[in-house]
Design a protein around this ligand. Structure first.
Ligand code: URP
Ligand code: ZN
Length: 466
C-alpha cells in the first residue's frame, strides 16, 4: 500500500484537498485524512495530485522517408514522457508501401513493447486494399478502435484519397470506431510546393507558404462533411488555425460527433520563427501560423471546442533537418514536445489565466481517456482506476533546454523558455517511476492498454473559461 498525503487532488470536475490510497496497481480510495498503517507515505503538501497524463498523438521512431527516422524511440520517448508527467502514449502503426494494416500493427506492437509507460496505437489506413476491411475488424477486436488518415502526403504513399476515406468511414461507422484525420489538402500542398520551388523559394522560410490556413480549413470542412455523410465519429488532429477551430465549433454546436486537439507549438509559437536562421528546426505540418491564430486556439480550448492537447511529438536531429536546406519539402516534418506538454500548458494556460486547473486536467488526461476509450482505468483519480498519478509542484520554476531534456534530440523549439510546474513524483500503476524528477522506471515497464470505441457525441461547448 502507498498513501499520498496532504495534496490537492485535481479532477476535471474541480479540485479537493484529499489523500490518495494506492493498493497494488489501483487507486483504493480518495478522501480526506486517510489512514493505512504500514503503508509507504508520499508527502504531497503544497503539491497537486494529477492523474497521469495521456498523450494521444506521438510518433516514436517514425520513418520519414530518405532513410530518416524520428530521433526518439519507444524507450527514450517514453522516458521523456514519464519525466514530464505523461504515463500513457498513443502512437501510430503505419503500413509501409505494399504492407497490410495487420502486419504494420503487429510490427509496431513489438517495437512499442519496450516502452516504459503504458501505450496503445492508432492504426493508420494509407490505402484501401482487399484485406483492409478485415484488418480494421481485427484491430477493433484487439482494442485498437481508432484509425488515422492523412489527407496530405499522397506523394509519400501516406495520404488517402476521398474515395478510400469514405470506405474507411463507412467501416468505422458500422463498427463504432473513431477516425483521426490529419487535415491538409494534399493536392493543394503539392501544387503550392512545386510552384514555390520553381520560383527559387526553396529555404525553410517558405515552408508555411506551401501549407497556408485555407489548406487546413478546406480539409477540416471536407472531413467533417464526409464523416457526417457516413455517420462516423471524427477527431481532427493538430488544429492550427482560427478557421479550422471555428468550423469544428459549428459542427459540435450542431450535435456532430466531432472531436479535436491542439498542440503546444501552435498555441505558443508563430510564423516569425521561419524568419530565424534556424528556421529548419521549426518545420512541422501544419506549420506555425501568424500571431492572430494562437489566441483563437486558446479560446477554443477554454470553451470546449477542442478536447485535448497532444504533442504530435516527432523530433529529428539537426543534422537530419539541415541536409536539405535548399529544398524545404525534403526537411523532415515534426518537433519534440512529449516531455514539456504539461509544464507548457500549466504555465501558459493555467498560470496565465487562460484555462482553470480542472480544464488543464481535462485536456491532458480525462478528455483523451474518454475519447480514446481508456476510461475508466486511465485519466481520472477515482477508486478502482489505475494508480497513474503525478505529484505536481505547481510553482517550481525552470528553463527548457535541449542540453538538459530527456527527449533524444539536439534542439527544442522552446529553447530558453522559462516555465513553472514540474512532475516531482510519477506513479505508473502504483509503481514510483519518477522520483525527484529522475526516472526510476525500467524498459518494458509499460503495458499495452486495450481500448474501447469513442463516445457517440461530443460534449456541448462550454462558456469561456469554465
Ligand atoms: O509535422 C508533423 N506533424 N510531423 C509528424 C508527422 C505527421 O504529419 O503527423
Ligand atoms: Zn502526427
Amino acid at each position: 500500500m502507498l498513501l499520498i498525503r496532504g495534496g490537492t487532488v485535481v479532477k476535471a470536475e474541480g479540485s479537493l484537498r484529499a489523500d490518495v490510497l494506492v493498493d497494488g496497481e489501483r487507486i483504493a480510495a480518495v478522501g480526506p485524512r486517510l489512514t493505512a498503517p504500514g503503508a509507504r507515505t508520499l508527502d504531497a503538501t503544497n503539491r497537486l495530485v494529477l492523474p497521469g497524463a495521456i498523450d494521444p498523438h506521438v510518433h516514436m521512431a517514425l520513418p520519414a522517408g530518405e532513410g530518416l527516422v524520428s530521433s526518439d524511440d519507444f524507450v527514450s520517448g517514453s522516458r521523456a514522457a514519464l519525466a514530464g508527467g505523461t504515463t500513457t502514449l498513443i502512437d501510430f502503426a503505419t503500413p509501409a508501401p505494399g504492407e497490410s494494416l495487420r502486419s504494420a500493427v503487429e510490427a509496431r506492437m513489438a517495437a512499442a513493447a519496450r516502452s516504459l509507460c503504458d501505450w496503445s496505437l492508432h492504426p493508420s489506413v494509407t490505402s484501401w486494399r482487399d484485406d483492409t476491411a478485415g484488418d480494421v475488424a481485427w484491430c477493433m477486436e484487439r482494442g485498437l478502435p481508432s484509425f488515422k488518415v492523412y489527407l496530405a502526403y499522397q506523394e509519400r504513399g501516406l495520404g488517402l484519397r476521398d474515395r478510400d476515406l469514405l470506405r474507411l468511414m463507412s467501416a468505422a461507422a458500422a463498427s463504432g470506431a473513431l477516425v483521426l484525420a490529419h487535415c491538409e489538402n494534399g493536392d493543394a500542398v503539392s501544387f503550392l510546393t512545386q510552384r514555390l520551388l520553381a520560383q527559387g523559394k526553396r529555404s525553410a522560410r517558405f515552408h508555411p507558404l506551401s501549407r497556408p490556413p485555407e489548406v487546413e480549413a478546406e480539409a477540416v470542412e471536407r472531413a467533417l462533411i464526409l464523416a457526417e455523410d457516413r455517420g462516423c465519429s471524427l477527431y481532427v488532429v493538430h488544429v492550427s488555425t482560427a478557421e479550422a477551430a471555428e468550423t469544428i465549433r459549428r459542427a459540435r454546436l450542431s450535435g456532430r460527433a466531432a472531436f479535436a486537439e491542439a498542440c503546444p507549438h501552435h498555441l505558443l509559437l508563430d510564423d516569425s520563427c521561419y524568419e530565424r536562421e534556424d528556421a529548419a528546426d521549426f518545420v512541422m505540418s501544419p506549420p506555425l501560423r501568424s500571431p492572430s491564430h494562437p489566441p483563437e486556439l486558446w479560446r477554443a480550448l477554454a470553451d470546449g471546442t477542442l478536447d485535448a492537447v497532444s504533442t504530435d511529438h516527432c523530433p529529428f536531429m539537426r543534422k537530419d533537418r539541415r541536409r536539405s536546406l535548399d529544398d524545404f519539402s525534403r526537411i523532415p516534418n515534426g518537433v519534440a514536445g512529449v516531455e514539456h506538454r504539461l509544464a507548457l500548458l500549466w504555465t501558459f494556460g493555467v498560470l496565465a489565466g487562460r484555462i482553470p486547473e480542472s480544464r488543464f486536467v481535462q485536456l491532458v488526461a480525462t478528455g483523451p481517456a474518454r475519447i480514446f476509450g481508456l476510461a475508466p482505468a486511465k485519466g481520472a483519480i477515482e477508486a478502482g482506476a489505475d494508480a497513474d498519478l503525478v505529484i505536481w509542484d505547481p510553482g517550481r520554476e525552470w528553463e527548457i533546454r535541449a542540453a538538459t531534456q530527456k527527449q533524444r534530440c539536439d534542439s527544442t523549439v522552446y529553447e530558453g523558455l522559462r516555465v513553472k510546474g514540474r512532475a516531482e513524483t510519477v506513479l505508473l500503476r502504483g509503481r514510483v517511476v519518477v522520483e525527484g524528477g529522475e526516472i526510476r522506471g525500467r524498459e518494458e515497464s509499460g503495458r499495452f492498454v486495450a481500448r474501447r470505441g469513442p463516445p457517440r457525441a461530443a460534449p456541448a461547448a462550454r462558456p469561456e473559461g469554465r
